[in-house]
Design a protein around this ligand. Structure first.
Ligand SMILES: Nc1ncnc2c1ncn2[C@@H]1O[C@H](COP(=O)(O)OP(=O)(O)OP(=O)(O)O)[C@@H](O)[C@H]1O
Length: 648
């Protein structure tokens, strides 16, 4: 043992130094150790690069892109660790040469644990997923027989009774026409741009075409899904409303489902397994699958989804490409929608769309690859007609323009507030007291949660959960004085001091979020529940009430929940897929690299009615955040751009 320590090779010391500095995780070091055992002759540089590649996953990168400008500065922001000297050349441009001929590195056509492809170094599993996603996307684009666009024209007019828009293409109709044309369609747009409305009309169109097909009438099996339970519940509600109002034959309307499942349920998740029940040998039974909030889907899940759908099943992905990327590795929706702003529609697409709905897309003409031909970006905001400030603010942030952001705040929109705070303490009391721009105070909510229950306990739980989500404090950070951990502690301390939170961890009114999927309970990571007295026997203590996607309430003993956290304050990441009446975003006292344009945009667009910015530092904190864009290393966009043109 002792001898081992003294003879520890330099690469092990280097890994330990990187681990020490927080540049690698234990897991990344273990990857290098594992590879060393597999191939003891492997060079130290390859082991180090393997650990660094694994480390990239923690930041959402699928690979180590050796062509990334400024890669070294990103890898070692505080300077290059001296422990690397003699092991890894200083310039990343010299690293590819070290990989050539390494027993650990292949080009994908062998079983080597690392793959070096297109200047990017991957762990094999991620390379295989990326390639599979690209191939299956291409294959799906080539399926589906495009109906004669003239057949669509009448249907599209009936489905869109609203008056024509002055000169602007009706992008919702464009999206419908494209969805009828091929096996995969992407529909992206900001909040309130009518994605749900559009997809319900797409389903009306597809079901009408199928049921009224003179040659072989049939009823399509349609499945709806979203990445989280929260998003599924939200979509179930809005789809239900929209289907009821759909101008189609009654039989068609009855053949459109309104229940939205989580992706895990659609694919058949199994307890304690990464593998799903449905895959290419046991595909999901469906002719059309719609997945909402697609920006939350990571590469792993996208690979599983595409694997589980039969090739003749139409897939429609809906989402907002400008939101934060998935928590896990990849930025799949962003990569898939790379051309969405520009369009880059080829003549065949321009002709098809013109014939189907009369829209002139020539300002968006180009030579895009197959996927671009099946991508529609909805560009008109329907919801913010009533709360224009939020839409304007989201647009200014998306444009990365701090001066435009200042102008929007200065325009006096009701519901848009900017507050300079003193300390996190004043923030806690602001939330507790509510009133003014803060809406309902947490103190009153917590007190009501503890009050003796009257009436139907499920209904009471739903009402209280709705009140809690009427406003939500968000922070881009987890740690530090303005991170959610501290903010939650401060609020809880206030409640304890006032006798509202008892002496224990669990008290009525404590809102908690699941931090892991619990398949036995049917609760998913991100689901929010509220602690309440036992619904039938208050003397039996507390239960946590969760509203399930189908509206039912599940009551869970607190002791049964081992992976939850308090969510008086929530991270912006965790808020994805949810919406709140009033969002309060806290910005820390100094710029932080974790605060990015996508993060601020995601926070603002969670707000339905009102948005408050709570600033604890100079305006440059916001300005720098919206200048900073998220970038995730991946080769997906490049693979898709190289795909064959769409055959229609
Ligand atoms: N063509 C249209 N004409 C009139 N109103 C519309 C149209 N399309 C959508 N709307 C209205 O705009 C609002 C937002 O639409 P919808 O819910 O479909 O948007 P969304 O993009 O799915 O929003 P989010 O993802 O933020 O929930 C709804 O009230 C809807 O009725």
């Amino acid at each position: 043992m002792q001898a081992d320590l003294f003879t520890a090779p330099a690469w092990r010391d280097a890994l330990a130094a990187l681990r020490e500095q927080g540049l690698l995780r234990d897991l990344d070091v273990a990857v290098a150790e594992f590879l060393h055992r597999q191939a003891p002759e492997a060079e130290p540089a390859a082991l180090l690069l393997a650990a660094l590649t694994s480390g990239q996953l923690a930041a959402g990168h699928l690979c180590l892109d050796l062509d990334e400008p400024g890669l070294e500065a990103r890898l070692w922001p505080a300077g290059r660790p001296p422990a690397l000297d003699g092991l890894l050349p200083a310039a990343s441009g010299d690293w590819p040469a070290l990989l050539n001929g390494s027993p650990l590195v292949g080009a994908g056509d062998d079983n080597a644990p690392l793959v070096f492809d297109g200047g990017r170094l991957y762990l094999r599993r991620h390379w295989a997923q990326e390639r599979a996603v690209a191939e299956r996307v291409q294959a799906r684009l080539a399926t589906g027989s495009a109906p004669d666009p003239a057949r669509l024209a009448g249907q599209l007019t009936a489905l869109f009774p609203e008056p024509a828009m002055d000169g602007e293409p009706n992008w919702q109709q464009v999206a419908c026409a494209l969805a009828a044309r091929a096996g995969l369609t992407l529909i992206t747009g900001g909040p309130g741009t009518g994605k749900t409305t559009t997809v319900v009309r797409v389903l009306g169109l597809l079901q009408t075409l199928a049921m009224q097909d003179p040659a072989a009438p049939r009823r399509l099996r349609i499945r709806l899904a979203a990445p989280t339970g929260k998003a599924a519940a939200r979509l179930t509600e809005s789809i239900g409303r929209q289907v009821a109002a759909l101008p189609v034959a009654e039989a068609v309307r009855a053949a459109i489902p309104t229940q939205v499942a989580t992706l895990h349920r659609l694919l058949g998740s199994r307890p304690d397994s990464r593998h799903f029940r449905h895959h290419r040998h046991n595909p999901v039974h469906a002719d059309v699958v719609v997945v909402d909030e697609a920006s939350m889907i990571d590469m792993d899940m996208m690979a599983s989804l595409l694997d589980a759908l039969p090739t003749d099943c139409r897939l429609i992905l809906l989402g907002d490409k400008d939101q934060l990327a998935s928590v896990e590795a990849g930025a799949v929706m962003g990569d898939l929608c790379r051309e969405a702003d520009a369009g880059r529609y080829r003549p065949a697409t321009l002709d098809y769309v013109r014939a189907a709905c009369g829209a002139d897309l020539s300002p968006w003409a180009g030579d895009g690859a197959a996927l671009a031909q099946q991508t529609a970006m909805l560009r008109r905001n329907w919801r913010f007609k009533d709360a224009p400030g939020i839409g304007d603010l989201a647009a200014a942030i998306n444009a990365g323009d701090p001066r435009a952001v200042e102008r929007v705040f200065g325009a006096g929109h009701p519901g848009l507030t900017r507050v300079a705070g003193d300390s996190p303490h004043d923030l806690a009391s602001r939330l507790l007291n509510g009133g003014g721009e803060n809406g309902e105070g947490l103190r009153a909510l917590v007190a009501d949660a503890a009050a003796p229950a009257a009436g139907d306990p499920d209904q009471r739980a739903r009402d209280l959960l709705r009140r809690f989500t009427g406003q939500q404090l968000l922070s881009g950070l987890r740690g530090g004085p303005f991170g959610v951990e501290r903010l939650n502690r401060l609020i809880t301390d206030h409640l304890h001091r006032e006798g509202l939170a008892g002496d224990h961890d669990w008290y009525p009114g404590r809102p908690v979020m699941m931090t892991r999927n619990d398949y036995q309970l049917g609760l998913m990571n991100g689901d929010v529940g509220l602690t309440l007295p036992h619904p039938e026997r208050p003397e039996d203590g507390l239960r946590v009430a969760f509203q399930l996607p189908d509206g039912r309430v599940r009551w869970v003993p607190p002791g049964r929940l081992d992976a939850v956290e308090t969510v008086f304050a929530m991270t912006v990441h965790k808020s994805q897929g949810s919406e709140f009446g009033h969002v309060l975003l806290v910005l820390p006292d100094r710029p932080q690299p974790l605060l990015t344009r996508e993060l601020v945009y995601t926070a603002v667009t969670r707000a339905r009615g009102a948005f408050t910015l709570l600033e604890y530092g100079p305006p440059s904190v916001l300005a720098q955040a919206i200048k900073r864009r998220t970038w995730r290393a991946s080769g997906l966009a490049e693979r898709l751009a190289a795909g064959a043109p769409l055959q229609v």
